[in-house]
Design a protein around this ligand. Structure first.
Ligand code: ADP
Ligand code: ZN
Ligand code: ZN
Length: 805
């Protein structure tokens, strides 16, 4: 077993497979599949994953290169995850290496340092005197330092002569955090003896007294501060063989300093009991099954998750809980921490790389049983999974929009099949795909139709903003909403105001001719920023000043249209000067912990109105919220996306669910310019079933999922002609290779026809059953790309597109 098959860290289709390397003698028996190793690859040393360890190679063993060194002592990918990587690659047509990378915390992704050193056969005397000081006695120079020293040109010359070479050194991104701990080496009695007979120094006696009373390890720094002794004193006792210093690894646990009040399982309502029963049976019988837990907001789904996990833990197994990033609020996380304490690891983007790495390692070392996290937590390296839960399963954030373009739901079902355990998909507004599968009996549906305490769903009122304008109300608040706002202020109850910022809600438009200012590189409208009085592109970062005159018609009536949260805040300040407002959007929550701080303030009643974007739509569960206002329901409805109705319906339902979750009844006001649209009307009635029926009809008519599958090929290049001609060829090729039941649409310009100066064209495939599709698409992404051989041409394939832009 002295040959390792290694896949290297280069995301290119042509080399996306194992290459054989010799395992040097000293590491035989030590190198295992799933470990990271450093190997020579062309002129560089790069990182790779060991796929297999074997005796023979189909290559000439004499010519195999040797592995340089292992990067891990234990595999970072277990056997199941290695297999999952194979499966994922085939499913989403990504490279295998990107599938493996997606499974690991960012801290484990390789970072390379460019280092310059003397070539093996060269003598330091032969190179330019300018460089000699750097390379004396086997010295080397970091690339970045060379840049600073202004010697790059000389280095290039010497490199061309073969005297100098550049190597890539793999760096670990994040160091484990280590602290030194002090603890006694001898027994308490022996310490007592030493103190009485051999130790004279006062400080050393103080130290001994401490350890006689507390004979356990303590962090060195703490010890020094608490006893006001110096490191020298400690070292003195170490030298005498009384104390020991040892480096110990510690976790950076962002939740460590917080106290959690332990909660116990609530006694379930009849509905909850009926819903949890089939889940518990599958756990007890080690059976795989997919459940749709379809329950209105506030119906007690989370308690079902908690009690199912309890059962799993008691069986000695593990649980993964996915929640959308946006609802990974402290409130949600706390509910799991409060129930399961230290058995919970939390993975979300608010953590630093180091913290995430530490949480991940708790899972890998089997120190926890529950992983709560956003999309990528689906790859938590558990080896005895007992349940996978996906809360708010309809959320689009479960789909990754870069390679590998996977959907966490598919990965969940695949892993659960392997472990023979249940998957629970929870939602008040399931995705159409999921609901359709439940209707067909592919998933088992469990329903919670009632809110806790039989609290009624909030009453929803839809306000036609066109009518408001006709009645002379030019404010962003309708008369109804404003009256209710005043009413809540008087009653000292809280209001949530929701502004849908996705889409183009604050672009600059000419009121006379309708001209909209677009990004010159991306062809999407620029977003107006009030503070700097400028406009920014949210795709490429382009910035420019707001024009004073319309470039088209010279009119002065060019200004921003639509409303940002800041504008609403100002308006509230004018209309309701006594109201205390907390604004939550990307600008006020960039700093770590600010999100939580603002929510806590609101919870503690330090404000009357919480004003925010998407990020306040979910997870809020405060008893004193009795009014929810949606300022403009339409912004999302007009995106060029076949799911825009579904998304609008889901979002409005979610937001409405924030009101009246406890004893006080809730009211919701939805302001809109299109009150007749079914997704708004039916969100008003909170009637998912009817929305589902209606939307299914639309999807069927227009041949969209869940009736058809989609695949999207997007081609981009800086030359328009190039993009068009390649996309044309691809479309042609696909039409020829697929059956006539598949629809191949295109080539057309993408809804965003240019990003960062690259033109984008696409081809959309709608199909039901096409056994040849994957192979044809693979040909496009490898062969086709090579054949055309065009520099800078990019082809991306999405087997389940969620964003058609
Ligand atoms: P969902 O996840 O469906 O939105 P939650 O699980 O958040 O609903 O439940 C809503 C509220 O009801 C929470 O405050 C929760 O603590 C409470 N709750 C849930 N189940 C029970 C129960 N069996 N008995 C009493 N209170 C419950
Ligand atoms: Zn104009
Ligand atoms: Zn741009």
């Amino acid at each position: 077993m002295n040959i390792a098959s290694v896949i290297v860290d280069v995301a290119a289709k042509q080399i996306d497979k194992g290459f054989d390397y010799l395992i040097p003698e000293q590491w035989r028996g030590l190198i295992e599949p799933g470990m990271r190793v450093v190997v020579p690859f062309g002129p560089r040393n790069i990182q790779g994953f060991v796929l297999e360890v074997k005796d023979t190679s189909t290559y000439d063993i004499e010519k195999l290169k040797e592995i340089i060194e292992p990067m891990d002592l234990t595999p970072v990918l277990n056997k199941e995850l290695l297999e999952l990587g194979d499966w994922l690659t085939e499913q989403v047509l990504s490279t295998k290496i990107s599938a493996f990378q997606a499974m690991l915390p960012a801290a484990l992704k390789a970072q390379y340092e460019k280092k310059i050193q003397l070539a093996p056969h060269a003598n330091v005397e032969d190179i330019s005197p300018l460089l000699q000081p750097f390379f004396n006695e086997g010295g080397s120079l970091l690339w970045n330092d060379a840049l600073k020293q202004n010697v790059i040109n000389v280095i290039k010359k010497e490199a061309a002569n073969g005297n100098i070479e550049v190597i890539y050194e793999v760096k670990e991104k994040v160091k484990k955090k280590r602290l030194s701990f002090i603890f006694p080496k001898i027994s308490t009695e022996q310490m007592q003896f030493e103190k009485e007979n051999n130790i004279k120094g006062i400080k050393q006696q103080v130290l001994l007294d401490y350890f006689i009373e507390h004979p356990v390890p303590i962090e060195s720094r703490k010890l020094q501060v608490n006893l006001s002794v110096g490191l020298a004193t400690i070292k003195g006792l170490v030298d005498k063989g009384i104390l020991l210093i040892q480096e110990k690894e510690v976790y950076r646990d962002p939740y460590a300093e917080r106290e959690f009040n332990k909660t116990t399982p609530l006694s379930l309502t009849d509905q909850q009991a009926a819903a949890i029963k089939p889940i518990l049976s599958t756990i007890r019988e080690d059976r795989h099954e997919v459940f749709l837990l379809y329950g209105v907001t506030g119906s007690g789904k989370t308690e079902i998750y908690l009690q199912s996990i309890q059962e799993v833990i008691e069986k000695g197994k593990e649980a993964i809980v996915l929640v959308p990033e946006i609802s990974l609020t402290p409130q949600m996380v706390n509910r799991f921490k409060e129930r399961f304490g230290d058995l919970v690891a939390v993975l979300h983007s608010g953590l630093s790389q180091g913290e995430k790495y530490d949480e991940w390692r708790k899972i890998q070392r089997k120190e926890v049983r529950v992983a709560v996290g956003a999309r990528s937590a689906i790859f938590a390296p558990f080896e005895n999974l007992g349940i996978i839960i996906i809360d708010e399963e309809h959320e689009t954030s479960y789909k990754q929009e870069e390679n590998p373009r996977y959907h966490a739901r598919d990965v969940a079902i695949h892993r659960a099949e392997r472990y023979q355990c249940p998957v629970v998909l929870g939602s008040a507004t399931p995705s159409l795909e999921t609901f359709a599968r439940a209707q067909k009996g592919v998933y088992q549906q469990l329903t919670l139709s009632k809110r806790m305490n039989d609290q009624a769903l909030p009453s929803v009122q839809i306000v036609d903003m066109r009518e408001e304008l006709r009645a002379g109300n030019r404010s962003m608040f309708s008369r109804e909403l404003f009256e209710k706002l005043q009413d809540r202020l008087e009653k000292k109850q809280q209001t949530v105001l929701f502004l849908n910022k996705r889409g183009h809600s604050s672009f600059v438009m000419c009121r006379d001719c309708g001209y909209v200012v677009l990004c010159p590189h991306c062809e999407i409208s620029l977003t107006y920023h009030r503070v700097q009085d400028n406009m920014k592109c949210h795709y490429c970062g382009f910035e420019t000043r707001t024009p004073k005159h319309c470039p088209e018609c010279q009119s002065e009536h060019i200004r921003y249209f639509g409303t940002g949260t800041q504008k609403v805040e100002e308006e509230l300040g004018k209309l309701l000067p006594d109201a205390r407002v907390i604004r939550m959007d990307v600008d006020t929550t960039t700093r770590k912990g600010s999100h939580e701080k603002l929510l806590t303030e609101f919870q503690e009643g330090k404000a009357d109105i919480l004003l925010g974007t998407q990020m306040i739509a979910k997870g809020l569960d405060f008893p004193n919220i009795t009014l929810v206002g949606v300022l403009s329901a339409d912004t999302m409805l007009h995106l060029p996306d076949f799911r825009s109705s579904e998304k609008t319906f889901q979002l409005l339902t979610q937001v409405s669910g924030r009101a009246g979750r406890h004893h006080l009844p809730g009211e919701v006001v939805i302001q809109t310019y299109t009150p007749d649209h079914y997704s708004i009307e039916l969100a008003g009635d909170q009637d998912f079933d009817q929305f589902y029926a209606k939307e299914m009809m639309m999807r069927k008519t227009h041949q969209y999922p869940p009736f058809y599958y989609l695949a999207l090929v997007t081609v981009s290049h800086t030359e328009l002609m190039e993009v068009v001609s390649v996309t044309e060829k691809i479309t042609h090729f696909l039409r020829k290779s697929l059956s006539n039941k598949a629809a191949v649409l295109g080539p057309v310009a993408s809804p965003i026809p240019r990003i960062k100066d690259r033109y984008r064209y696409q081809c959309l495939i709608k199909y039901k059953r096409e056994p040849e599709l994957r192979n044809s698409l693979k040909k496009i992404s490898s062969q086709f790309l090579q054949e055309t051989g065009k520099n800078g041409l990019q082809i991306s394939i999405d087997m389940n597109p969620h964003i058609l832009m």
